[in-house]
Design a protein around this ligand. Structure first.
Ligand SMILES: [Ca+2]
Ligand SMILES: [Ca+2]
Ligand SMILES: [Ca+2]
Ligand SMILES: [Ca+2]
Length: 390
């Protein structure tokens, strides 16, 4: 089979798989990596550790895909030059540095201002969060921070079973048993935590802070660009505070507000976004088609490289599968009865892709009252759509 022809068939079968996947409905995705918990368990993935991640900060961006950690954007301190890592499970970008967790430990690279890349001894680190020039991790002992401490951002207070840490410009916040706690630079009110009910997520920005709680998204701190003026949201699940803008994911997708000098709050079309990360003047999201970034691009921080996001292992990345999904559905109405049905049109496509022709192609697979009822008509239709699908 000629290569071009095989690729076209692959596009059609990927679309079929996507449709079957979407029929399974809205599934729980605890780690926000786009893979439903059920699917992860069935396929030997960990539903509590994100298989795919995106992290934007400063003027660079990083992602975790099937092949490891990739970073792009500004590299004046080597912050996008990823060192050798062994089975990385997490990546986090800071102002001018980057860290990742792999099999052995936490690794940091880029600008080493005030020791921000000098990783201390940690015991089973599970989470990382990088600020402008400081670094924090969650490990067996709780929250540990190091690097620039000019505002006390690395002086972790007493916490009771912390579950999350977020490092901002010159402050840090964490969620523990009792509440959200913030410490470090307080000049703009960024550490003055308001009353929150059951906070589930915290995000420290440059000089503002946001949390998700029972009431939705709550932000406090500097508001010179409207970055703490949260718009109406419907059941928000995630928030990311950048330098002077903020983004959140809710029922209807990604919403951003605040500083917009570079289009960092102008959200492009996204399909089922599961992660959002705000940088200095750019923003990145993980959605069905993989990683998408927008906003300031002076350093290529929104030029997402080719990533291998291929959970089903069929060799087509998320962006390639997404391209396949743009094939209009009516084109797949092979028998021409006005509908695309898995049991008729889908079956004929599968048979065709296995090389069956004539009666073997159409027997028992053509719907009542179809436009195309003979094998020669169906084969001619395949010829015509193959030439359309370029
Ligand atoms: Ca998942
Ligand atoms: Ca996972
Ligand atoms: Ca795939
Ligand atoms: Ca049909």
């Amino acid at each position: 089979m000629p290569l071009q022809f095989a690729l076209k068939l692959l596009k059609i079968s990927s679309l079929l798989m996507l449709m079957l996947f979407s029929l399974s409905g809205h599934a729980v995705d605890t780690d926000n990596d786009g893979l439903p918990d059920d699917w992860e368990i069935e396929n030997g993935r960990n539903p509590l550790v994100a298989d795919y991640q995106v992290s934007a900060a400063g003027n660079h961006s990083c992602a975790l895909d099937d092949s490891g950690v990739h970073c792009w954007g500004r590299n004046e301190y080597g912050q996008t030059t990823v060192p050798a890592l062994s089975n990385p499970t997490q990546v986090s970008s800071g102002g001018y540095h980057t860290c990742a967790i792999d099999d052995s430990a936490v690794h940091c690279w880029g600008r080493n201002y005030a020791g921000s890349t000098n990783v201390p001894a940690l015991s089973n680190p599970t989470q990382l969060s990088l600020g402008s020039n400081h670094t924090c991790a969650l490990d067996d002992s709780g929250v540990v921070c190091w690097g620039w401490n000019g505002n006390g951002q690395a002086n972790v207070p007493a916490l009771s079973n912390p579950t999350q840490v977020s490092a901002g410009g010159t402050h840090t916040c964490a969620i523990d048993d009792s509440a959200v706690h913030c410490w470090g630079n307080y000049y703009e009110g960024q550490t003055n935590v308001p009353a929150l009910t059951n906070p589930t997520q915290i995000s420290a920005g440059e000089v503002h802070t946001c949390a998700v709680d029972d009431s939705g998204v709550v932000c406090w701190g500097r508001n010179n660009y409207g970055q703490t003026a949260v718009p109406a949201l419907s059941n928000p699940t995630q928030v990311s505070a950048g330098n002077y803008h903020t983004c959140a994911i809710d029922d209807s997708g990604v919403h951003c507000w605040g500083w917009d000098n570079y289009g960092q709050i102008d959200v492009p079309a996204l399909s089922n976004p599961t992660q959002i990360s705000s940088g200095m003047a750019h923003t990145c999201a993980l959605n069905d088609s993989g990683v998408v970034c927008w906003g300031w691009n002076e350093y290529g921080q929104i030029d997402v490289p080719s990533l291998m996001i291929d959970p089903d292992g069929d060799g087509l990345s998320a962006s390639e599968e997404s391209e396949a999904a743009t094939i209009p559905l009516q084109i797949l109405d092979i028998d021409g009865d006005g509908n695309f049905d898995a049991l008729t049109d889908g079956l004929i496509i599968l048979r065709y892709s296995f090389g069956l022709r004539g009666g073997q192609l159409i027997d028992g697979a053509v719907a009542e009252g179809s436009l195309r009822t003979s094998a020669s008509e169906v084969e001619a239709y395949f010829d015509s759509i193959m030439s359309d699908l370029d």
